[in-house]
Design a protein around this ligand. Sequence first.
Ligand SMILES: [Zn+2]
Length: 369
Amino acid sequence: MPVESGRDKAARFLAQSVQRDQLSHAYLLIGPQGSGKTSLAWDFAQHLLCAEGGCGSCEDCQRVQRRSHPDVHVLAPQGVKGYVIEQVRDLVRDSALAPIQASAKLYLLQRCELLQDAAANALLKTLEEPPANTYFVLTARTREAILPTILSRCTVLELGSAPADEALVELMRQTGAKPERALGALAICGGSVQRACAFLASPARLALWDRAAATMESLLGADDLQLLQDAKDLVTAARAPLEDVSAQHEEQLEEGGDYLSRSALRSLGEQQKRELASQEREFLGELLACIRSWLGDGLSLAVGAPRALANTRSAAALRQLASQLPSQNFVNALKSVDLAGKRIAYGVTPQLAVEALLFDLRKVLSCPK
Ligand SMILES: [Zn+2]
C-alpha cells in the first residue's frame, strides 16, 4: 500500500473539514521548502470557494486553478526582515470587505516565521475573530520560529518534507524538463518544486542562469574591465524578470479597476511597489544561487563525489577547474557568495556587491592553495 505523505494527510483533513462544515478560521501549514504548502493552500481555496466543494469546472474553480481568483489574497514578506506593518494593516482593512465573487474569502500568508513584532500584533485580533466567511492559511518552514500568539490562534498541520528524489520526479513530471535541468533548477530554488516550476517557465530567469554560468566560465581569463561589464550584465539580467512582475501588476490594476474603489486601488498600487522591491531581492538572490550551484558543481568534482552536474553547459570548464584546484578554493568561493548576499541585505547596491564578488571569485579560483 502506498504510504500517505504528510501533505496528503493534511489535504484529506482540509477537504473533510469543508465537507463536514467544521472549518477553523485559521490554519498554519508547517513544512520545509518544497513540501507543497502553497499548492495545498490553493487546493483548500478551491474546496472552500466552489459552491460544489471543488467541482473543478465552475468559474470559481477555474480562477483558483489559474491563481487569479479575486477572493484569494496571497501575501509574502515585503520588508527586508519580514512582514511590514503596512501590509498587515492593508490586510485587516481589506478583510472587512465582502468577498467579490465567491461566498467566502481566503488570505494566504507565506513565510509566517517572518511575521514578527508590530506586524504580528496588528494581525492577532483579526486572526482570532475574522469577519464572517473569511479564512486564513499561514505557511511556515518550522514551528519554532512562529510566535506563540500566532500559533495558539491556528489549527496546525505539519506536512513533513518531500524527499529530494520525489521533488525531482515531480518537477520533471510537471515541466517535462530533463533530469540535469530539473536538478539545477531545484538547487537554485532551494529544493522547492513550486518555485523551480516557475523558474523553468520563465525565459528571463533561465537567461539569468545561462549568463551566470557563462560569466563563471570566462571568469579566470577576464580583465578588470571585462569583470565590471560582466557584473553590470548580471545585475541587468537579474532585474529582467521584474518586467513580467510589472506586467502582472498592470493587469491586476486593470482588472481591479472594474470593482475596486479609488482608495483600494491606491493601496493595491502601494502593495505592488513593496512586492516589486521584494521580488527584486528574490531575483538577486537567484543570481547568487546560480553562482552557488555552479561552484557546488565544481566542489563536488574537486572532492570526487559522484553526482550529476546541475550546470551541464559548463561541464568541460568545471572539470578543468576542479582538476587544478583543491576543494578548499571552492569552499572559499562559496563563502564569497554568502558575503555578497549579506552585503546586498545590508544595503550595498547590487552592482557594487556583484562587482566585488566577481573580483573575489577570480582571485579565489585562480590560486591553488
Ligand atoms: Zn467548482
